[in-house]
Design a protein around this ligand. Structure first.
Ligand SMILES: Cc1cc2nc3c(=O)[nH]c(=O)nc-3n(C[C@H](O)[C@H](O)[C@H](O)COP(=O)(O)OP(=O)(O)OC[C@H]3O[C@@H](n4cnc5c(N)ncnc54)[C@H](O)[C@@H]3O)c2cc1C
Length: 442
């Protein structure tokens, strides 16, 4: 392989580019947006800087942690505040990940519920060496039930409503009824000593570092691919220019909806094409606001819903309280992000930004009355393809297509693994290794 194109400079594409370059391959990396990072991109305007999508990584993201050390980024890693306000209607309970006493003090659970959760957590923690949060091979071995069915059968209804749902839905926006239990089982196995981190300049810092040294084409949207003999012809639009370039191999590291448009049976085998075409995503609206810091000085860093009640809110995050040194805001101000669940995101997706700014602050205040009345809307991020939907059986399908090697066109992206930065990075490494014919673990 002399020259490879990687389409998409999110964590998957940047990881693929890095691993190819480390093996001496010449790489062109394309992204339609102005910056690297995809769904980990950073907002940075008018004295405000914060993450628009992915906002943390954990101590159980092995490749990301390995890259942090290899790329000299450890000095930029910041540990995040872990205290959360868990809200059920007008009740709120404080919980801190990894702090047993806050779990034991939760008002929503009976002693029997708590013992059931503890017993299951111990069993899963012992099995930790057999699990992996993002490897489809390992996930496919526990990909047989939804999160809801698993939690209700293996623990209790209250544990499902007050522990499992608030551990999943505020971060991934889908409903626990609709997705495989595989990823959540692994999360529970790692919960007891989970730690959460970010980078000083936000989560896209890892993608920027990984993309160093390749030929980076930003603002460049790939809109057609053709195959002629052993090479690929790639057509892209960059501002007013049309590019036509030739490559020995390709890595498609964009979301599945984009690959569905760009790929066809003359480029890729039917099984992988069908897998790409069948992917579903959930939507997410994220609105960021600026408020007076004094007005929220007694609030926690995070607010998540729990229990079985109707709320559009997935999560509310106070950025400076969470990690003062990874955000920028004018003195005396706090930045607050409000994230909606999938259905309310779809229901509200057609409103203009100004209306969304007003409507969603009203929703946030109806959810959490401690929020002040006055807030300035900073920006709205309205994503129709925010998170791939991990339906039951999807990891089994992913594993079966990943087993097919020897192609000069490879797929990467979190939809082949699980929707995390670690899943994207690992899929990129896998694609690079497959392209180079290197046997490796996922
Ligand atoms: C709101 C939100 C919060 C999240 N929070 C977390 C978190 O805290 N921790 C965590 O681990 N994960 C989190 N995630 C998930 C994480 O962001 C994704 O799993 C990860 O970014 C996926 O990486 P990717 O490279 O597969 O795709 P992406 O990051 O989507 O990158 C794909 C890239 O392809 C580019 N592209 C698309 N079409 C074209 C084209 N035609 N030509 C050129 N380029 C193109 C896009 O511009 C994009 O940059 C979150 C996601 C969202 C949406």
């Amino acid at each position: 392989m002399k020259k490879i194109a990687v389409i998409g400079a999110g964590p998957a594409g940047c990881s693929a580019a890095y691993h190819l370059r480390a093996a001496g391959v010449d790489v062109d990396l394309f992204d339609k947006s102005q910056q690297v990072g995809g769904r980990t991109a950073r907002f940075d305007q008018n004295e405000c800087a914060f993450d628009t999508g992915a906002a943390f990584f954990t101590n159980f993201y092995p490749l990301l942690n390995e890259l942090v050390d290899r790329l000299g980024l450890r000095k930029d890693v910041l540990e995040l505040e872990r205290r959360v306000g868990m809200r059920y209607k007008d009740q709120i309970a404080e919980f801190a990940f990894g702090d047993f006493s806050t779990f034991w003090g939760l008002p929503f659970l009976s002693t029997n519920d708590k013992l059931s959760m503890i017993w299951n957590t111990i069993k899963l923690t012992i099995r930790r060496p057999f699990y992996d949060l993002v490897d489809p091979n390992k996930l496919s071995q526990i990909d047989e039930r939804s999160i809801a069915d698993w939690a209700r059968e293996d623990m209790t209804e209250a544990v499902y409503q007050y522990c499992i749902r608030p551990g999943v839905e505020p971060f991934w926006y889908f409903s626990c009824e609709d997705v495989s239990r595989a990823m959540t089982t692994v999360l529970q196995a790692n919960a007891a000593d989970a730690k959460f981190y970010t980078f000083k300049n936000g989560m896209s810092q890892i993608s920027y570092k990984l993309s160093e040294g390749c030929n980076l084409y930003l603002n460049t949207e790939v809109n057609r691919i053709e195959k002629s003999g052993d090479t690929y012809q790639l057509f892209a639009k960059s501002e007013n220019k049309t590019l036509e370039l030739t490559y020995d191999g390709l890595i498609m590291a964009c979301t599945a909806d984009v690959s569905t448009v760009l790929l066809n049976e003359s480029l890729i085998d039917v099984e992988r094409l069908k897998y790409v075409q069948s992917q579903k995503y959930v939507a997410n609206i994220h609105v960021a606001y600026m408020v007076d810091r004094a007005a929220v000085k007694d609030m926690l860093a995070y607010y998540y819903p729990c229990g079985n009640w109707e709320t559009p809110i997935a999560a509310i995050v106070l950025h400076k309280t969470k990690s003062e040194y990874s955000v920028q805001a004018p003195d005396g101000k706090e930045l607050i992000s409000v994230y909606l669940l999938n259905k309310p995101s779809l229901d509200n997706s057609n409103y203009d930004k100004e209306t969304l700014g007003i409507k969603i602050w009203e929703m946030a205040r109806a959810f959490e009355s401690a929020l002040p009345e006055k807030a300035e809307c900073i920006s709205v991020f309205n994503r129709s393809h925010a998170i791939p939907l991990h339906e039951v059986g999807r990891f089994i399908q992913a594993q079966s297509i990943l087993d097919k090697s020897g192609h000069s066109l490879q797929l990467a992206g979190d939809y082949l693994s699980c929707a995390t930065v670690e899943g994207a990075l690992r899929s990129g490494r896998w694609a690079a290794n497959q392209l180079m014919g290197i046997q490796s673990k996922f």
